[in-house]
Design a protein around this ligand. Structure first.
Ligand code: AHR
Length: 629
């Protein structure tokens, strides 16, 4: 018998209890959530990012109608912007007609287009020929055109942006984009871009709609971004490189402003990241989906398996100042330096940043804390309302973890970010992990967790575990499954919550569990206790949710009964978990949207298998019968 005491008040559950952790891993950004369809649009791919890269990765040279010429990627003083280091130089030799240029193959099997949809093309260009005709074509893998070609005219020796729009004549998942110049002379190209007009929330430079919609459907309470080990880039390449040379640690200031002025960088996960999806876009996305933004900044101590900490005080000082500037960018008035930049990008209102994490999985706890304290002191002095989140290192147990927690407690940290990836069995066996956590110590942000797999059993184990998080909602204030996204052709890490390729996306069973919990966050926990003796409770008023997860397969009959023993709902698990059938009951029962609805004496009472219900004037008893044997 599960004894539910409706009069006792359990801990309150924060609105932002369940959220998402977005990291640019598995090509989550370029070729994924970032809707740009051209790969390596600014010719920045480099061996430093990945030994297999060349500056022309994803491009091939193309002669159109007998055209001729040569192509070279250069990084001279004629570049478009100091951060946008390289561009394509085409030497054209078409005195008798034809055109010469390059063709992009997009991601996965190519560029995916849908018949009838519009696609916005843009390119930055300059020419030394006075005027150069530009042919832009979209054709599928067999060479058949998938839209009417665009004809543009590049004029003058100064960089300028040229634009046009395609309307796709049919569906293709193998399209290629060709940009070719006619005539003679030198044509310089950079930022060759193709965007679907239809992006999530109609944002320019926006997000791929199917992916963003799946994320939005989760109804996440918060968005932790941009990593993960991604923010610890320094562990592979050094914290800093001079100017805008590649392989800097992830720094938010590199990711804002006009896209053609943003850097690209070597990604921790072994590819080039464009920063087209940058801090402004993340804040805006969080706002669009109603999630609290939780950025993570590097602490200049390497986590993620590395053991180094910077001893450069000037570098540390600058990163602390950058963090203060980030808060000003998010929250400052338009009259402030960084608030003005936010306004210039189209968002004069503040983004309302309240939480920020310093560091990720730092495995040198003492070195980390020395620096964390300096970050926190500076932030608290200027922004006392901002919660600064610390972390407990890479493991969920062991001496590093113990030391990190000792330091977190001693420093009276508000919130500690814990991460773990374990077997489903571990999740089932550790449901009580937080029962014994100190109620007066730091609260927990479970920033990353997953059972190792995308099978139904994994999702079920996570759901069971989440009931333990929720029961301890006074200690565990926020939790997010990780990682969120994976392109099936570029996988660094699995399992993942949402998978995709260039034209489709699909949620896993784990996704459905997260969606179920995020869309049904209760106000508070109703304490309950399993016991062999039935207990009669007082009436439940207000709303109550009920979820059952038969993780052990040991139970074959669960009923909800009224005080006088009338069986109101029954689940015999014959149709899988939580397949409720109603037994006899007062009023008339019907199924609506998967919930059992009772119309009784003019009132409608709803009971759902998980989530909220409006149920009044009943004494409810949940009885689970153990399967024989
Ligand atoms: O979620 C994938 C990785 O797991 C994250 O980047 C890191 O924080 C953790 O080790």
């Amino acid at each position: 018998t599960l004894d539910i005491d409706p009069t006792a008040r359990g801990p309150e559950i924060a609105d932002e209890m369940y959220g998402i952790f977005y990291e640019d891993i598995n090509r989550a950004a370029d070729g994924g959530l970032y809707a740009e369809l051209v790969q390596n649009r600014s010719f920045e791919y480099d061996r430093v990012d990945n030994p297999a890269y060349t500056p022309l990765t994803a491009w091939t040279t193309t002669a159109v109608a007998g055209g001729a010429g040569s192509a070279e990627v250069v990084g001279d003083a004629g570049r478009l912007h100091e951060r946008n280091r390289h561009y394509l130089k085409l030497s054209l030799d078409n005195p008798a007609g034809g055109a010469y240029g390059v063709t992009n193959s997009g991601y996965n099997t190519g560029i995916a287009v849908e018949g009838g949809e519009r696609y916005d093309f843009s390119v930055w260009a300059r020419t030394d020929a006075g005027s150069t005709p530009l042919t832009v074509r979209l054709a599928d893998g067999t060479g058949e055109l998938t839209a009417r070609p665009l004809r543009l005219d590049v004029r003058g020796a100064e960089w300028a942006e040229y634009t046009g729009t395609f309307t796709a004549t049919g569906d293709s998942t193998t399209a290629r984009l060709t940009v070719a110049g006619g005539g003679s002379g030198t044509l310089a190209l950079d930022m060759v871009s193709l965007f679907p007009r239809d992006t999530f929330a109609n944002r320019p430079n926006g997000m791929r709609k199917d992916l963003a919609e799946k994320i939005a459907a989760l109804d996440p309470g918060f968005l932790r971004f941009p990593g993960g080990c991604l923010v610890n880039t320094g562990s592979h390449y050094g914290y800093e490189a001079p100017n805008w040379e590649r392989a800097r640690s992830y720094q938010w200031k590199d990711t804002i402003g006009p896209v053609e002025q943003r850097a690209t960088n070597a990604n921790f996960w072994g590819y080039n990241q464009s920063y087209g999806l940058g801090y402004f876009e993340y804040f805006q996305f969080a706002e669009d989906i109603g999630a609290m933004p939780v950025p993570v900044v590097p602490a200049l101590v390497t986590g993620c398996g590395q053991n180094r900490a910077t001893d450069d005080p000037e570098l540390l000082r600058r990163h602390i100042q950058d963090t203060l500037d980030l808060i000003e960018f998010a929250n400052g008035p338009v009259t402030s330096e960084w608030g003005a930049k936010r306004a210039e990008m189209g968002h004069p209102e503040p983004f309302g940043l309240t939480h920020l994490a310093v560091g990720n999985e730092e495995n040198l706890p003492d070195a980390f804390f020395e620096r964390f304290r300096q970050f926190r002191a500076a932030i608290e002095a200027e922004y006392p309302g901002v919660t600064v989140i610390s972390n407990s290192g890479p493991d969920d147990s062991g001496s590093t973890f113990d030391r990190a927690w000792e330091l977190n407690r001693a420093a009276d940290v508000d919130m500690v970010d814990e991460h773990y990836y374990n077997s489903p069995q571990w999740f089932l066996e550790n449901n009580n992990r937080y029962d014994s956590y100190d109620r007066n110590g730091p609260r927990v942000f479970l920033g990353e967790y997953a059972s190792q797999g995308n099978r139904f059993g994994n999702a079920l184990a996570e759901a069971a575990y989440m009931t333990g998080l929720e029961r301890n909602a006074d200690v565990v204030r926020m939790a997010s499954y990780a990682p969120l996204l994976a392109n099936e052709d570029y996988v660094q890490w699995q399992p993942d919550m949402i998978w995709f390729n260039n034209h489709e996306s699909w949620g896993t069973a784990n996704y459905e569990v997260q969606k179920l919990f995020m869309n049904n966050v209760g106000d508070r926990v109703v304490p309950s206790e399993a016991s062999p003796t039935p207990v009669v409770n007082g009436p439940i008023t207000g709303a109550i949710g009920l979820s059952t997860w038969n993780t052990s397969a040991a139970y074959d009959d669960v009923t909800v009964t009224s005080a006088d023993g009338e069986v109101l709902l029954r689940d015999d698990f014959s149709g899988g978990d939580a397949q409720w059938t109603h037994a006899t009951g007062a009023g008339s029962w019907s199924v609506q949207d998967g919930a059992y609805v009772q119309s009784d004496a003019g009132a409608t009472n709803t009971m759902v298998t998980a989530g909220q219900a409006s149920w009044s004037d009943y004494d409810l008893h949940v009885k689970a019968t153990k399967r024989a044997g």
